[in-house]
Write a protein that binds this ligand. Structure first.
Ligand code: NAD
Length: 270
């Protein structure tokens, strides 16, 4: 079987570099192209050298359309408006589009799904780690089994992160809400400041910390009157997300057009 040709969006970024390394290390995949925004200092650099994967003879370009020509797969960890734009480019070409971008609004998600209905195989996940996706199931179960306990989601990320709470924190909150059979949006407290009054029973709270180079720390705390349960995940290397993205790409290449989650990729869908 011939190798699948992968385009990396945001190749000059933190996850872009991790994705270049993961593609270079995966049999069956070949780095076809890499691109970033036109004013990125990464333009013109060899994607492999920049990522620390050795020379791959793929210069980072700035033209998304040119990068997608001839590609089978695009791996896209960029920004919401960029992922919407890329979905509109990728879908008519029937590409596999792996989206890791977080912070998408409902409108962005809708636009991505609408573009995807043109024939792409899209996988979109707020977290591509295997362990985190297992944790989601544990949180769902704990929230269901401990109905009277207060649920708080705590996260910490590096000081360059631009969205809050993290996509993963929202996924954990969503899993807890599913366990409780409640709507997260209607029952979440995303920020607390000033005279907030007592905690609203049944709500799901979020707390956000930012600093240093932290890749991603998440905890879901279930607080009862006399005990605390803490379910935690600690991301130690971005390579873990990239490995999941590559796994998703290989899986999606054999699926019919559609919109998939990491739970589908891992076979966790009930
Ligand atoms: P980053 O800022 O280091 O990288 C983003 C890259 O996208 C940059 O190089 C930027 O120049 C590039 N970019 C911006 N506009 C572009 C355009 N028009 N065309 C091409 N490239 C463009 O950020 P990061 O830490 O790599 O994170 C990127 C995204 O991935 C964020 O949304 C982050 O939250 C998310 N993320 C998701 C997961 C997951 O598992 N789903 C894991 C880690 C990070």
């Amino acid at each position: 079987m011939s190798e699948l040709r992968v385009a990396i969006a945001g190749a000059g970024g933190r996850m872009g570099g991790a994705n270049v390394r993961a593609v270079a290390a995966t049999p069956g995949l070949v780095l076809h192209s890499a691109f970033d925004r036109p004013d990125s200092p990464a333009i013109g650099r060899d994607a492999g050298e920049l990522a620390g994967a050795g020379t791959l003879n793929v210069a980072i370009g700035s033209d998304a359309g040119a990068a997608l020509a001839g590609a089978d797969i695009i791996i896209d960890f960029t920004a919401p408006t960029v992922s919407v734009m890329l979905a509109e480019l990728a879908a008519p070409r029937g590409l596999v589009h792996i989206i890791g971008t977080t912070g998408c609004s409902k409108e962005d998600d809708w636009a991505i799904q609408k573009a995807g209905s043109a024939g792409a195989r899209i996988v979109k996940a707020g977290n591509y780690s295997l362990g985190l996706n297992v944790l989601l199931g544990l949180v769902r179960q704990a929230a269901k089994s401990l109905p009277g306990y207060d649920i708080e989601v705590l996260e910490m990320h590096h000081n360059k992160k631009v969205d809050a709470p993290s996509g993963t924190a929202l996924m954990l909150g969503e899993a807890a809400a599913e366990g409780r059979q409640i709507d997260l949006a209607a029952n979440s407290v995303r920020v607390r400041d000033g005279h907030t009054g007592a905690r609203v029973a049944g709500s799901i709270g979020f707390a956000t910390l930012r600093g240093g180079g932290v890749v991603g720390e998440h905890s879901v705390i279930l607080a009862g009157d006399t005990e605390l349960i803490t379910l935690s995940h600690s991301a130690q290397d971005r390579g873990m997300f990239a490995a999941g993205a590559v796994q998703a790409a290989l899986w999606a290449a054999n699926q019919p057009p559609g919109f998939y989650s990491m739970a589908d990729v891992l076979g966790f869908t009930e």
